[in-house]
Design a protein around this ligand. Structure first.
Ligand code: PAF
Length: 278
């Protein structure tokens, strides 16, 4: 595995040595867990070359969010990448990526400013900005993103379409612990009491999925069912429970194969999201 810190150097390496190879790309902010590993493994399977980036992107964090305390685990991340036989690990510093006066990317005004975008205004502008930069550095054939960040995934797909980028975006399933909790680098912030409370999130989605499988199609009833389970677990800070289609339009009636159930809550000071795709 080659570790590269300079964007130009990665570009030159890929151009010189892998011009005709398929390149799989897994962008991350590090603190790699089994969820990231599954994306890397899929990329390894589907491409000749796999590039992983680790960059905690400052522009997608709002003032007061966890940018300063976001977990940094470069040594163990490096080991995971080595074990997964990643070809290139891109690990840039902030000043390699950003200059003082940047051309900016703006998230679309509807899809980028509801739900996560409403709760974290500006987050998606910064996320799209870094993903576009990384795409332009790596020029991947396939890029791998988890469904856990559902809105992020949908916005990246839209950016690829709107900007005519020649990249295939691969939607990857959410990886969960055996108890159902969706893997997230932010789970490490939870105390043991908070961790137990957090289990109610996936439990509520599971019950909602079961209700839908049993014929429930009323989105309001599904939202109420989820809310009851979260409230039972004493999760009081519910940011949203939403039922949308793949264009992120709210639904009143569940559409099979075109519905995403979305949850965002805060447990203590930790913000967690989870979702279920039908
Ligand atoms: O999902 C993430 O880890 C980040 O939002 C991403 C896509 C790596 C951009 O910084």
């Amino acid at each position: 595995m080659t570790i590269i810190t300079q964007a130009r150097s990665l570009q030159e390496n890929l151009k010189k040595n892998h011009k005709n190879s398929s390149v799989g790309f897994v962008p991350t902010m590090g603190a790699l867990h089994a969820g990231h590993k599954s994306l890397i493994e899929l990329s390894k399977k589907e491409n000749e070359i796999t590039v992983v980036s680790i960059f905690i992107n400052p522009t997608q964090f709002l003032a007061g969010e966890d940018f300063d305390k976001y977990p940094q685990k470069f040594e163990s991340d490096k080991k995971i990448c080595e074990l997964c036989k990643v070809d290139y690990l891109f690990y840039p510093q902030i000043d390699t990526i950003y200059t003082k006066d940047e051309v900016l990317i703006k998230a679309p005004s509807y899809k980028g400013f509801i739900l996560e975008g409403e709760n974290r205004p500006g987050h998606f502008d910064g996320m799209l900005q870094i993903v576009l930069k990384l795409f332009n550095i790596v020029h991947p054939t396939n890029a791998y993103f988890g469904k856990k960040d559902a809105q992020q995934l949908i916005l990246i797909k839209q950016m690829v379409k709107n900007l005519f980028l020649d990249i295939n975006i691969v939607e990857c399933d959410i990886i969960r612990e055996a108890n159902g909790l969706a893997l997230s680098s932010r789970n490490s912030y939870l105390s043991s009491i908070e961790y137990t409370q957090a289990l109610a999130i996936s439990r509520s989605l599971e019950r909602a999925a079961k209700a839908i499988a049993n014929g429930q199609r009323d989105a309001l009833a599904i939202q109420a069912l989820i809310k009851d389970i979260l409230t039972e677990a004493e999760i009081s800070n519910i940011e949203y429970i939403q039922v949308v289609n793949r264009d992120f339009e709210p639904l009143t009636t569940i559409e099979l194969k075109n519905t995403i159930l979305l949850i965002a809550v805060k447990i203590g000071t930790t913000r967690l999201i989870d979702n279920f795709w039908l």
